[in-house]
Design a protein around this ligand. Structure first.
Ligand SMILES: Nc1ncnc2c1ncn2[C@@H]1O[C@H](COP(=O)(O)OP(=O)(O)OP(=O)(O)O)[C@@H](O)[C@H]1O
Length: 302
């Protein structure tokens, strides 16, 4: 795997406020990486540094082979960005907005606009004024705009803010698809963790301008979450408090919660149950991204 972004010992201060403190991380080419942290932890500042919009106080950054400190323009040519404000002209149609930015970015091929409108399911709305669009529709046009020049990296700052659950799922679906279709590296910043549950390959957790932890889901779960509670919907009626070495608790008449040492125990437990009764469903309890985040925070702040 090749790194697309390399950040080494980056610090950033605004006057005497230290916003980022010696942060180091890398982002693999083609990955979807989540930069997660509470409000004010420095996520937007990090994106602005990666884009060369602001300069670091100390440290080194390389994005797609370029140093944003020296080659900000080169980085902006290979990057797309969507911030909270969609930066579209409300008094222009979706198509005219995309045509305007296409010309601004020097994109020669107009078919890219049609392709992106179709990808984001906006073709039927292309001639309507952006000002009349819902937040979700504006977000979809903003994503199309960010992708006009076929960037290699997409920076998304709170991309799902203001969207309803359906809108969030749509945006996440589009992002997964473009990541796959165009092999584009995506860095998503957010403080709303559960929205990234199914999309990221890699996570960077920041707090108070410092990198608390990084890794993929499996590595982080193994490190911080330890034992697993697996809730099984079954008609099994075991006796005692332990079923074949697996301690369990009854939740209600059809659900049992088993304590396992690791995910590797899941198949053997389910096979044992299936030998004598039925399994209708099974799901991990307390293994969502938020639980992981609080476990990391708890341990790192001790
Ligand atoms: N241009 C600036 N001048 C002075 N202070 C700034 C500037 N930009 C950011 N800050 C400060 O840096 C800190 C981190 O802000 P930043 O926007 O990077 O956080 P964030 O993690 O993106 O937060 P949020 O989730 O609320 O968007 C804040 O205290 C903010 O006030």
């Amino acid at each position: 795997m090749t790194s697309f972004i390399n950040v080494k010992n980056i610090s950033k201060s605004f006057k005497d406020q230290k916003v980022l403190k010696k942060i180091s991380f890398s982002v693999e080419e083609g990955s979807i990486t989540g930069l997660l942290g509470p409000n004010g932890s420095g996520k937007t500042t990090m994106i602005r540094l990666l884009n060369g919009v602001i300069l670091p106080t100390d440290g080194e950054i390389v994005v797609g082979g370029f140093d944003p400190n020296k080659n900000g323009d080169e980085i902006r040519k290979i990057s797309g960005i969507v911030t909270e404000s969609t930066s579209l002209y409300h008094e222009m149609s979706a198509y005219d907005n995309l045509m305007f930015f296409s010309e601004l970015y020097g994109v020669k091929d107009d078919s890219r606009i049609d392709y992106l409108l179709e990808q984001f399911e906006m073709t039927e709305h292309k001639d309507k004024l952006v000002g009349t669009f819902s937040t979700g529709m504006k977000k979809r046009v903003a994503l199309a705009k960010a992708l006009l020049h076929r960037p290699k990296i997409l920076f998304l700052d709170e991309p799902t803010n203001g969207l309803d659950p359906e809108g969030i799922q749509m945006v996440i679906g589009y992002l997964k698809k473009i990541n796959k279709d165009e092999n584009i590296t995506i860095l998503i910043c957010t403080h709303v963790l559960h929205q990234l549950e199914t999309i990221c390959d890699h996570y960077l957790f920041i707090q108070n301008g410092m990198l608390l932890e990084s890794g993929n889901r499996r590595e982080l779960e193994e490190k911080y979450l330890g034992e697993i509670d697996l809730v099984v919907e079954t008609n099994l009626i075991p006796s005692g408090e332990v079923y074949h070495n697996f301690p369990y608790k009854r939740i209600d008449e059809s659900h049992l919660s088993f304590r396992l040492n690791s995910k590797k125990d899941v198949p053997s437990l389910l096979r044992l149950i299936l030998k004598e009764s039925d399994v209708f469903s099974s799901a991990f309890a307390n293994r969502d991204l938020e639980t992981l985040y609080f476990a990391i925070r708890g341990e790192q702040n001790e």
